[in-house]
Design a protein around this ligand. Structure first.
Ligand code: PEP
Ligand code: MN
Length: 339
């Protein structure tokens, strides 16, 4: 529910309401608007039957949140969230770009690309160490060795690391090396995994499941948030449709729909979203133009030799060209791309 305070409500009035809610086991979030303060509260509302909040001093009205997702909804928090990790910001007025190989194949390949992608404007290094492969006989990732290489390469430029977690047993290991835990499309509804990353308090990149509706996507985010972790970045990465020319159909209309529904930032993955190198630049441009908070792009020093997803990977030079366009579109929309 949302508790709207009167314009003249004092800080004491606000704290009294928050303390009352907390004592009844509610999670609260205070949003201070220009005119009035709003308190979002999630908990067992039956507790309030005998002691309604509407009678407390400074309270104007109490409104239920009708959406099934609560903590991540725009009702709960009106302003767009900005997540700051070691000084690198995601959301708000920032365009944040994550780039790197599909899989970490060896140490050298990361050092071959990291200077170029950093200079082009990427601030987060991506790379899979535990890969969700369709075939058990395909390359499964380097595990901890891959995590070490990612950390070392990212640290050489002061970048963040994002990498996928597939198994809750690896959560401490991943948190030791990575700044952002990626939950892949295949695990978007792995609810135990979502709860674990929620408990970890570590920032999360949550990718949309390949057959998930936007509501299901936001409910998955709510699982993480319900454990007290609101550092969630959503990622549109394409959904399965009848179309076969592209690997997935990148749902760009999800961006404005999601922006209206939630305060969480959303980035776009044109690599998995299309599966085609020739689509990466146009779809990256379109994503930022449509209001996305950033991109995640597969970059490989030699895509033809990549151990996974070579067809959708671009070279560091192609990435630099793409980023020049992204800078122009971001500036037009009054967003900042990290310099
Ligand atoms: C990835 O980003 O490495 C990946 C496997 O993506 P998705 O989960 O979107 O398929
Ligand atoms: Mn990939």
């Amino acid at each position: 529910m949302i508790i709207v305070l009167k314009p003249e409500a004092t800080a004491e009035n606000r704290d009294f309401v928050v303390d009352r809610l907390k004592s009844l086991g509610f999670q609260t979030h205070v949003s201070k608007g220009e005119e009035r303060t709003i308190i979002g509260a999630i908990g067992d509302e039956r507790q309030l039957r005998d002691r309604p909040l509407s009678s407390l001093p400074g309270v104007e009205k109490v409104v239920p949140i009708l959406k099934p997702y609560k903590l991540v909804s725009k009702d709960f928090k009106k302003t767009n969230s900005e997540i700051s990790i070691n000084g690198i910001k995601i959301g708000g007025k920032h365009t944040t770009v994550m780039a790197g190989p599909c899989s970490v194949e060896n140490r050298e390949m990361l050092f071959e690309i990291v200077d170029k992608i950093y200079d082009a404007g990427a601030r987060v290094l991506r790379g899979g160490a535990f890969k969700p492969r369709t075939s058990p006989y395909s390359f499964q990732g380097l595990g901890e060795e891959g995590l070490k290489y990612l950390r070392e390469a990212a640290d050489s430029k002061g970048m963040l690391v994002v990498t996928e977690l597939m198994d809750p047993r690896d959560i401490d290991l991943i948190c030791n090396y990575a700044d952002i835990i990626q939950i892949g499309a295949r695990n978007m509804q792995n609810f135990r995994l979502l709860k674990e990353v929620g408990k970890s308090g570590h920032p999360v990149l949550l990718k949309r499941g390949m057959s998930a509706t936007i509501k299901e996507f936001l409910m998955a985010a709510e699982y993480i948030a319900s454990e007290g972790n609101l550092d969630i970045i959503l990622c549109e990465r394409g959904i399965r449709t009848f179309e076969t020319e592209t690997r997935n159909t990148l749902d760009l209309s999800a961006i404005p729909v999601i922006k209206n529904a939630t305060h969480l930032p959303i980035i776009v993955d044109p690599s998995h979203g299309t599966g085609r190198r020739d689509c990466i630049l146009p779809m990256a441009q379109a994503a930022i133009a449509a209001g996305a908070d950033g991109l995640i792009i597969e970059v490989h020093p030699n895509p033809a030799e990549a151990m996974s997803d070579g067809d959708q990977s671009i070279t560091p030079d192609e990435f630099a060209t793409l980023m020049k366009r992204i800078k122009i579109i971001s500036a037009t929309l009054e967003r900042h791309l990290e310099e």
